[in-house]
Design a binder for this molecule. Sequence first.
Ligand SMILES: [Zn+2]
Length: 382
Amino acid sequence: MDSVAWLDRLIAFPTVSRDSNRGLIACVHEYLAGLGARVRVVGNADGSKANLFASFGPWGDGGVLLSGHTDVVPVDGQVWTHDPFRMTERDGLLFGRGACDMKGFLACMLTAAAQAAARPLARPLHLSFSYDEEIGCVGVRALLDVLAAEGPRPDLCLIGEPTGMQVATGHKGKISARATCCGVAGHSALAPLACNAIHLASDLVQRLRARQDSIASTGMRDSGYDVPYTTLHVGRIGGGVALNMVPETCTLDFEIRAIAADSAPEILAAIAGDAAALTAEVRHRFPAAGIRIETINAYPGLDTPANSEAFALVRALAEAGGPIKVAFGTEGGLFQAALGMPVLVCGPGHMAQGHVPDEFVSRAQLARCDAMLAGMVGQLAV
Ligand SMILES: [Zn+2]
């Protein structure tokens, strides 16, 4: 079965993050075990989802880890010209949910697995299939805990998110957080006698924007990114019931995406300081009012040196140009933090085609990825 046939099969599992991925995992498990791989499955608490880790060749540290997530984003509200969970081909383009992000790479991993099984390896090839990446790199953490405790520890990790087969050495780290602003309710006719939670929230938004302005004008920079500095952004706000009521609560969801030179936790701490100052101001009059900040999710950034051996190897195998950095997050930062190895991101397709209706990957991109992974298996066999 080649990578296109595998992609056809993988797309048919509707592994939207909110649903189970066990069907796909069972299919991959059966295939890899049949090839002679050592397979470990690390499931979630209720058993509805699982990570799968498989190894070929000598057992132990070293070798290469190929990694991809099995979940895909939903198709709700999107207009597709065909069934998103049945692969369709047109003019060398393979359409379907996850074709680009990132079942194309998973398909190439399975092709490489057959090649690894067919020859003796001097160093191991490891494969990792994770769940719940699309909701904040959630699922892989359980697998990484096991690997950090028990090994193996590969020499190199390749995350196959779509980069058009260019080799990415970095992405920003991210914290998603929620500010819950509490005021004191009242009749709007007496508004100044109450404490307006929406006004409190907008004061915090102003502080966030002031911090963003200062970072953009005088903060640290990394020219590898389209936006070469750390970004702050409010993405959701909710508060108020009716115009004639002073709102009692308002919530703000915001995020920090930090370059390696900045620390997202430090920036969050500074924002918490802003919230504490605003709280102190309103508490003179309203002891129950204030702002509480909590972290919703976080993952570390990725920053692998472009002058590393790992980059030189993958660049040569992928026949890629110079290093790039990607705007989207990956599980790479978590792998790097947990296992302390160089991590690179390189995979077929372009993220512009991910998450959209009529998502696709080209046969040409899959062929380039197959060639890179065949070269990788060849290296491990030497
Ligand atoms: Zn992805």
